[in-house]
Design a protein around this ligand. Structure first.
Ligand code: PGA
Ligand code: ZN
Length: 425
């Protein structure tokens, strides 16, 4: 007998920041029953798919998601029940049509993505396959480099650092597990260095430290010291990646670095600043070095830095093929960030990855600053084979859930597993 979807429902749970988010459940006629939870960002792009919130000030300061939960049961479930769970594309397109808006504002991208992920997981279980194999096929054997955000600033921390994320990348590690170890050891050395200097060792939203530093550059300096203290060679064993998330400090066409006392800079001056930093520190990747609407600035930015660095667009593309296609045409960047909840279905996210791959672009698969213990993202990263994943630091359970799942996947793949330097051309 053909397996079909028996029931779909959702509930309101809390994310890692204590804000409500959607968990969707899917059960099948063969007895399979599972759930998936939706993450939530803080430095969101203006063109992201809409995260539907109740706006009721009496509940969670208006951030409740009961309307999205209701949309799952009342509008999505009756249409999707009875369908074959393996028809992911059809199910996702049906939900897009049911919503009927450009940005999923009617049903909520949080409602739609919850169901999309839960259906994928249920279909994988029902097929007796791990999720990464189900979504990625037989060639899903590549583990991503863990791009670990160990210093947090910007909107993710109340400190003096304008740039949101400083990440370490274990470029010289032979396996994912070893890479994770390189990073975790560096994280602990960083904690000791901060402690010795009397700097705060409390952490930001993604588990990185959030010290008060004198400049955005000092973060790189301290990370280099931590890499060395852990016994690794900066730039060989471990490199640095940065996500300034500069949309968050872009005002009136200028970049306002006053959180750190860095002044107010134009797009070109920002690129000058990055050029200085790149010459001094082993930086290999720069995400959102400029803001989401600064398409012109980005062109110059990528023309000047693109042969040395992976230049990743996050807010500017919001995992949407419409914007990624423009970026490819105009050489805006040479890589894209990929976040499931920016676009709202597994199918559209996969399409975005495919578009990047076809253009010879790299993809950086990413968590959100508000996460849950769901490790869907780990399987998704292996399925997409992009070789790069941001999932935060070496602390906070919701971040480790993904890294630990990747350890399991690597062990399960055994000699099939691949792990390479993501910055090798
Ligand atoms: P967000 O930040 O999840 O808070 O939007 C992550 C990022 O900018 O990459
Ligand atoms: Zn970003």
């Amino acid at each position: 007998m053909k397996t079909v979807i028996n029931s779909i429902h959702a509930m309101e749970i809390l994310d890692s920041r204590g804000n409500p988010t959607v968990r969707a459940y899917c059960s099948l006629s063969d007895g399979t029953c599972c759930s998936a939870s939706v993450p939530s960002g803080a430095s969101t792009g203006e063109n992201e798919a809409v995260e539907l919130r109740d706006g009721d000030p009496k509940r969670f300061g208006g951030k409740g998601v009961l309307k999205a939960v209701e949309n799952v049961s009342r509008i999505i479930a009756p249409e999707v029940c009875g369908m074959d769970p393996a028809r992911q594309v059809e199910i996702d397109r049906l939900m897009i049509a049911l919503d009927g808006t450009e940005n999923k504002s009617r049903l909520g991208a949080n409602a739609i993505l919850g169901v999309s992920m839960a259906v994928a997981r249920a279909a994988a279980i029902s097929a007796g396959m791990p999720l990464y194999k189900y979504l990625g096929g037989a060639e899903a054997v590549r583990l991503p480099a863990p791009m670990m955000n160990i210093i947090n600033g910007g909107k993710h921390a109340d400190n003096s650092v304008d740039f949101q994320e400083y990440m370490i990348v274990p470029m010289g590690a032979p396996t994912f597990a070893e890479g994770l170890r390189y990073n975790a050891e560096t994280f602990h050395c960083l904690k000791e260095i901060l402690h010795k200097r009397g700097l705060a060792t409390s952490v930001g939203d993604e588990g990185g430290f959030a010290p008060y530093l004198s400049s955005n550059q000092e973060a790189c300096q301290i990370i280099v010291e931590a890499i060395e203290a852990a016994g690794y060679a900066p730039g060989e064993d471990i490199g640095i990646a940065m996500d300034p998330a500069s949309t968050s400090f872009w005002h009136d066409g200028k970049y306002d670095l006053s959180k750190s006392g860095g002044g107010i800079l134009t797009s070109s001056e920002m690129t000058d600043l990055y050029t200085v930093m790149i010459a001094k520190y082993p930086i290999f990747l720069l995400e959102d070095g400029l803001a989401e609407n600064d398409w012109e600035g980005f062109k110059e930015h990528t023309a000047r830095l693109g042969d040395k660095l992976e230049i990743v667009g996050d807010d500017i593309y919001v995992t949407n093929t419409r914007y990624i296609a423009r970026g490819i045409r105009e050489k805006t960047t040479n890589a894209a960030l990929i976040k499931l909840n920016q676009i709202g279905t597994v199918t559209e996210t996969t399409e975005a990855v495919r578009m990047c791959r076809d253009a010879g672009w790299k993809c950086l698969i990413s968590h959100r600053s508000g996460e849950t213990e769901d490790s869907f993202l780990a399987d998704f990263a292996v399925a997409m084979g992009s070789g790069q994943l941001k999932s935060g630091s070496a602390c906070r359970g919701e971040r480790l859930a993904k890294y630990n799942r990747l350890l399991e996947i690597e062990a399960e793949l055994g000699t099939e597993a691949e792990f390479g330097n993501p910055f090798k051309h």
